[in-house]
Design a protein around this ligand. Structure first.
Ligand code: PLP
Length: 368
């Protein structure tokens, strides 16, 4: 409740939803660093064809509204995903698609089952939409614990594969069990699928309750343009589209994304292969330092390490940003040994990783 003074009278106004009371703005420590391997974006940059399309966009395209539901972009995405355009919904980043999907499929008070640890935004989107997040620990082998996620009366189930921040995969069998057993929609967040060499889009084609959410922010190098999408049965994506609303993808973003999909897939694939090779090389480098990185299928590696906060702070002073976690609960002997403390290091060009390893060694020496 807020208070408004109007002349002599004081009027109480309702200016906050109850479920927003404990919510804070998203504000991780983002001081500039010359090498930034903290957010899993494409460190090789954006696809050249996308950059060209953006520069050549007619000024008139920006004076007009973009397509209401991004029909041309849907066509390009559908060709890429191997589905029909009626099975695609787009959004202002996949964050927007995830938020819209939760809003579309939960009633206030519903429970949403979410693995722990996983993408930190999901419990927030749940609460923003009046739903209650129910956290379910990942199994020992990092697979999704389908039996526990299905327990209890959940309106929506969220799974992330490869999972952020662990980099591990949920397991096809577990996701299929969720789809078969769920009372409501199963959201499968595949932000990093391109780095895994396998995906679950076929489940969106064969199950009426599976929504596979993807993004152009990671493998496609377009995080700044904010393009996300989901694949699902036409009736399902239509509900998300209603919830999302019109004009969510800008004309600039749409033109760049379409060019990347139509003209630059070889560029994208080449850099995915580089990221995968450097990921394996980084894991070996960490192993040499007796840091047992989790088995990653994404473009980042999670390294269990005591005092992650202190080490990340020291590394930042040395000009390198990585993402520390201090309280990852529920899994794996490696993480239990550090009390849930770990660094998430994105994979980029090797010179950036080399500089990151130098900073890591110096920070560990001075924190020891
Ligand atoms: C990065 C990320 C996203 C969000 O990406 P957008 O930039 O909003 O498309 C979604 N899910 C996971 C798991 C992510 O790591």
């Amino acid at each position: 409740m807020g208070t408004v003074v109007t002349g002599a009278a004081t009027v109480r106004v309702r200016n906050q939803r109850d479920c927003y009371a404990g919510l804070e703005l998203y504000a991780p420590d983002r001081a500039a660093a010359s090498i930034d391997l903290s957010d899993n974006t494409n460190r090789w940059g954006m696809p050249p064809a996308a950059e060209l399309a953006m520069r050549e966009l007619a000024a008139d395209s920006c004076a007009r509204y973009p397509e209401i539901y991004a029909a041309s972009l849907k066509e390009a995405l559908a060709a890429y995903a191997g589905v029909s355009p009626s099975m695609i919904v787009t959004g202002c980043g996949s964050d927007d698609v995830l938020d819209s999907a939760i809003r579309a499929f939960v009633e206030p008070g519903d429970r949403i089952a979410i693995p722990e640890p996983s993408f930190a935004m999901i419990p927030l989107f749940a609460r923003m939409n009046g739903a209650t997040p129910v956290m379910v620990p990942l199994a020992e082998d990092y697979a999704v614990d389908a039996e526990r996620m299905l327990r209890g009366d959940t309106g929506v189930i969220y799974v992330c594969s490869p999972n952020n921040p662990t980099g591990t995969v949920a397991g096809r069998a577990g996701v299929e069990a969720l789809a078969d057993g769920a009372r409501g929609v199963v959201i499968v967040d595949e932000a990093y699928a391109e780095f895994a060499g396998a995906d679950l889009v076929d489940l969106a084609r064969t199950r009426p309750n599976v929504l596979v959410v993807r993004t152009m922010s990671k493998a496609f190098g377009l995080a700044g343009l904010r393009v996300g999408y989901a694949v699902g049965a036409p009736g399902l994506v239509q509900e998300v589209e209603k919830s999302r609303g019109p004009y969510k993808v800008s004309a600039v973003a749409s033109a760049a994304a379409i060019s990347a999909l139509r003209d630059d897939l070889p560029w994208v694939r080449e850099h995915i292969a580089l990221a995968v090779a450097n990921r394996e090389r980084l894991s070996l480098e960490l192993a040499h330092r007796r840091i047992p990185a989790l088995p990653s299928s994404a473009n980042f590696v999670l390294a269990p390490l005591a005092n992650a906060d202190g080490i990340a702070l020291d590394m930042r002073r040395l000009g390198v940003a990585v993402r520390p976690f201090t309280n990852l609960r529920g899994i794996s002997p490696g993480l239990r040994a550090t009390g849930g403390s770990a660094l998430r290091i994105s994979v980029g060009p090797w010179p950036e990783i080399e500089a990151t390893l130098v900073a890591l060694d110096r920070a560990r020496a001075s924190c020891a």
